[in-house]
Design a protein around this ligand. Sequence first.
Ligand code: AQP
Length: 344
Amino acid sequence: MTDQAPAPYAGPERVLSGVQPTGDLHLGNYLGALVKFARLQHEIPTFIFVADLHAITAWQDPAKLKNQVREIAAAYLATGLDPKVATIFAQSAVPEHAELAWVFNCVARLGWLDRMTQFKDKAGKHKERESVGLYTYPVLQAADILAYKATKVPVGDDQKQHLELTRDIAQKFNNDFSAPNFFPLPEPLTQGPGARVMSLRDGTAKMSKSDPSDNSRINLTDDADAIAQKVRKARTDPDPLPETAEGLEGRAEARNLVAIYAALAGVTEAQVLAEYAGQGFGAFKPKLADLAVSVMGPIGGEMRRLLADPAEIDRILTDGGQRARALAAPTVAEVKKLVGYWAG
Ligand code: AQP
């Protein structure tokens, strides 16, 4: 008998991603994730959830969490997700995520989780004070994706390592339970100039909801004045913009603003430099501010309009939850059989 590689995964293509309801969404979340969701929904069946199970890995006020979920759903809708095309739901509406995460907790190895840099970054020096949930967060993320047998995961660059872990978990599950190709090995979709938007105050740090400085990020709900002021105050250097990308080496803040401009305008960084080479930030920042206001301003306005009718958002989430569950439940039922559960 010859050893044959298993046939490639033959199931349908599906997109899945989510965002945590842990604060105001910012330009990084928009360019790294949301903008891709709206585009992909027309190409591949798309499932986008609000990650309220992930959110409680850090303390969330129970009185506010439901509204935080609605805010993220409003951001999805305001950035172009159409509930008639994509399935939009709250993670907590589909208990199969948590059920599958338990199985994956028993498949993943401690050594794999020990390597996760996001946990190290978030926990800092005091990891013993963090929740166990924060440590096993990437395992739940694997369950989120694989409960739908999703094949494509649009995320920012910071999530690449977690996607590798998802692939390792899928592969090990398939091997351990003699179920070749039961789960696909999903691909991260991280390409594009907005894959890693950096802080406006420090070009070496990721733009992040949890940065204590609000001036470090542009929020989706910022009005035109706030956006323009944050761009004006963004840290830069005194040199003019170079002619080519090589000239941005060692200029993290300049590179970040050029990348943001390119992503918002839908052009390449080379095109931005071709237009602005030789100009200083005194000239470039007002152009960037105008562009950011023209793209982000309407999104904030639409979010406010949608949030004025929370019952409609709840209706969309309830409907999406039912559709999502109808897909995840049979997969998790098969997992229980494969594992050999008494109730499988
Ligand atoms: N700076 C960024 N550039 C590009 N993409 C980003 N994402 C986050 N920050 C950037 C992408 O946004 C999606 C949702 O992220 P999340 O809210 O689920 O978690 P996160 O990555 O932890 O986001 P934050 O803003 O950095 O939150 P905190 O401060 O709470 O940790 C993901 O696809 C992510 O890649």
